[in-house]
Design a protein around this ligand. Structure first.
Ligand code: DX5
Ligand code: ZN
Length: 217
């Protein structure tokens, strides 16, 4: 089994020592940096916006995995691209015309991911799975770091793995929310390709070591 992609979530960083935290991520085995953008409408919280992220993007040497928890995410494709983003994830629940949004993201030169809330079943992606570079399964209700993993995610992961394998889709599976070493192992065994980890990484006494342990789970 290949090692999982590790994407530490910036939301849990200490913003008073952001440069220091980013330098630690840069020298670690982290593969990507996960960036959570919230609007206080789709989710009951507001995180950070593009003026802040411009500096984050400059200081970070890892590819950016951007998770938009905002209504009408298609309005910000250019801003996300201008950060140098590799992967832009939009929520299924925010896109009436999901197929169009995915095409727009790809036309902008980014990889396209779709995120599912915990109560949204995997089957809604059946007719678009072949177009996707990633599916991001939320394993908590989006909006906050440090929440408890929802175990039903493991059943969804099984459904999604089957859908991807049976259709020949190249989409990666990423899981986000409440991921720690114990949960991460179950997810990797269940076929997840990428793990987002916020609190598990940024609140660890040794972030580099925690990332190493997640990578070798
Ligand atoms: C929640 C965000 C997550 C969050 C994960 O809405 O999408 O990326 O930062 O944090 P942890 O790993 O602490 O649950
Ligand atoms: Zn996220």
């Amino acid at each position: 089994m290949s090692k999982p992609i590790i994407s530490p979530s910036l939301l849990s960083a200490n913003f008073l020592k952001l440069q220091e935290d980013l330098e630690i991520i840069n020298k670690s085995e982290a593969d990507w940096l996960h960036i959570d953008i919230m609007d206080g409408v789709f989710v009951p919280n507001i995180s950070f916006g593009f003026p802040v992220l411009k500096y984050v993007a400059e200081a970070c040497t890892k590819p950016l995995d951007v998770h938009l928890m905002i209504v009408q995410p298609e309005k910000f494709i250019k801003e996300v691209k201008d950060l140098g983003t590799m992967m832009m994830n939009v929520h299924y629940e925010t896109c009436t015309h999901l197929h169009r949004v995915i095409q727009q993201i790809k036309d902008a030169g980014m990889q396209a991911g779709v995120t599912l809330n915990p109560a949204t079943p995997v089957c809604v992606l059946k007719d678009i799975i072949s177009e996707l570079d990633m599916v991001l399964l939320m394993s908590v209700n989006p909006g906050f770091g440090g929440q408890k993993f929802i175990p039903q995610t493991l059943n969804k992961l099984k459904d999604l793995r089957e859908m991807i394998d049976s259709t020949g889709s190249h989409a990666l599976i990423e899981v986000d929310g409440g991921v720690n070493l114990e949960v991460g192992k179950l997810l990797v065994d269940g076929g997840a390709d990428a793990l987002v980890a916020g609190n598990a990484v940024f609140k660890a006494p040794d972030m580099v070591d925690m990332i190493h342990r997640l990578k070798n789970i």
